[in-house]
Write a protein that binds this ligand. Sequence first.
Ligand SMILES: NC(=O)c1ccc[n+]([C@@H]2O[C@H](COP(=O)([O-])OP(=O)(O)OC[C@H]3O[C@@H](n4cnc5c(N)ncnc54)[C@H](O)[C@@H]3O)[C@@H](O)[C@H]2O)c1
Ligand SMILES: O=C(O)CC[C@@H](O)C(=O)O
Length: 636
Amino acid sequence: MDFTVITEPKKYFLIDFDSTITKVEGLDELAAIALKSDPEGESKVARIKELTDKGMAGELSFSESLTQRLALLKANKSHVDILIEFLKENITDSFDRNRAFLKEFADQILIISSGFKDFIVPIAKHLGLKPENVYANTFIYNETGDIVGVDQSNPLSKTGGKIEVVKFLNLDGHVSVIGDGFTDFEIKKHGLAQRFYAFIENVERSSVTSVADFVIKSLDEFLFYNQLPRGYSYPKSMIKVLLLENVHPAAKAAFEEQGFNVEFLKGALDEDELCEKIKDVSIIGIRSKTQITKRVLEHAEKLLAIGAFCIGTNQIDLKEAEKRGICVFNAPYSNTRSVVELVIGEMIMLIRKVFVKSTGMHQGKWDKSAVNSFEVRGKKLGMIGYGHIGTQLSVLGEALGMEVYFYDIADKMPIGNAKKCRSMEDVFRVADIVSLHIDGRESNTHLIGEKEFNQMKDGVIFLNLSRGHVVDIPALVQALKSGKVGGAGVDVFPHEPKTNHEPFKSELMGLENVILTPHIGGSTEEAQEGIGNYVPERLLEYINNGSTTGTVNFPELSLPLLHDSHRLLHIHKNVPGILAKLNNIFAKHHINIRGQYLKTSAEIGYVIVDIEKSYSREFVQDLKSIEETIRFRMLF
Ligand SMILES: NC(=O)c1ccc[n+]([C@@H]2O[C@H](COP(=O)([O-])OP(=O)(O)OC[C@H]3O[C@@H](n4cnc5c(N)ncnc54)[C@H](O)[C@@H]3O)[C@@H](O)[C@H]2O)c1
Ligand SMILES: O=C(O)CC[C@@H](O)C(=O)O
């Protein structure tokens, strides 16, 4: 073989091809293409894959694995052409998004592969790499184009071939090897490279990762560690996302698609567990059970954003999060319809005594009677809280022929014929059905107690699908037992089990005409899917672009997409003079500003500056060292 000896420049990147530059093993895919119409094709392909794995894991000598695979493969030139097109569609994601690096460093990037030049060279060209830097095997074809063997004079067709090739290249400089196989590690093992990076974006082999200097989930990580030009400012695979409380799988998929490192847990975590778990988490997704307290936030050194996969955010210390520069998002609309439908269903069941009758029937009791069973038509529906849910219920209630009354601490415009009341008491005095739709702010704790129940009509139907702590439960129990409240639907409780495996306990259990549901007002497939898409979109917009659209605790800014610039995101304490300090640093370093955005709240300021791509490390250091800085990020 005639290998050109490269001595310049000083840094070399030796990269494996199969399952590293592409998502798949070329020879396995060639087998699948060639054996597509072979009746024993599937078992042959499986056998070929098994042999590939054994070769890559070092369990079978490479030449043995190659010989056995080729014997099973009945391929020809036309199959190779199909394979090339297939591989173009299956470039590993992080290689695809870092084409700029591949092109810029093409002279220093060498593909060292036991695969075949026949398909590697076209892919290398496709990525802007140099065909002359591809070291790989070649097929031997007969005159009709069938693959009949491999060029045996090529050292790469033999066990230890990669070592021999790299020895021959005699590279004078710092050599890094990136690959998924044991034979890649062997280059380093034989002293021919300074570092071996086990590449696990496509496949992870413990025999390889256990011997690696670094295990990298993507090329982004390699480029980040080595401070090389890259498509992402920070590798997404190094950003940990923790999703709790069984949020919809769409959320997990949304983060994984972009290469984030996602951990998904079905239940909630208690404060101690969360304090431990949150230390290396950058994004957390929760529902209503996980309490993100001040103490939890004190442990959350890396946390950038919180996603509440629900409406309520009272489980999060929003002020503390803001102070720490952690942006919180929720899903204000996606489950409102589901709650409203459950309220309607429950009030009909309760006012007709359907639930009591059904329970009786299960015990063999036939009670055909109209006594104390009513229609909702013409009844007065009283709501406390007239927000997203209250207003929707107002419309559906009127559609059922009810008269709607509401009280809200904020000045809300009545929808349809709904009547605005001046106090809760005004609502209680008239309503046949009282439904709570207030938020869970702390001051609403025990908003409804003995005094409030006494203000209601005798036999009133009472519904709480808002938050558990807003009702004094012993007072409700008393009101139900005395008959003051004729029936109740309760979906939310002061203490709710963390998971489906924990038992539920409440003084409301066993009472007549009481529907208890396990906080499922928003738990429909439709609502959960909607939330599972909506919240990750907001979180990703923030992480990738800096936009805080829809935040519940941050200055809200919708930013244009980043184009041909670097974006600086500076979160600081809102005290006078910060903008001047920032601008002085820009002036000192002669930075050309392309766009600047600022929004403040009483507590913090959020400044975004888009600048030209060239600037010094000292400039970044100066920005970070502004005393009032809470958080600083760069995006490109
Ligand atoms: N059961 C469930 O599964 C479920 C599902 C979704 C929402 N929720 C809960 O339902 C509640 C309402 O949700 P939303 O989307 O309509 O919220 P929202 O923020 O749109 O509306 C809440 C309204 O309550 C008003 N309010 C707050 N305190 C009040 C008080 N003391 N007196 C009168 N009005 C008061 C606010 O001004 C606001 O208009 C929230 O607590 C939410 O967490 C529960
Ligand atoms: O799904 C949940 O855990 C909470 C649902 C509901 O209470 C909400 O706030 O949206």
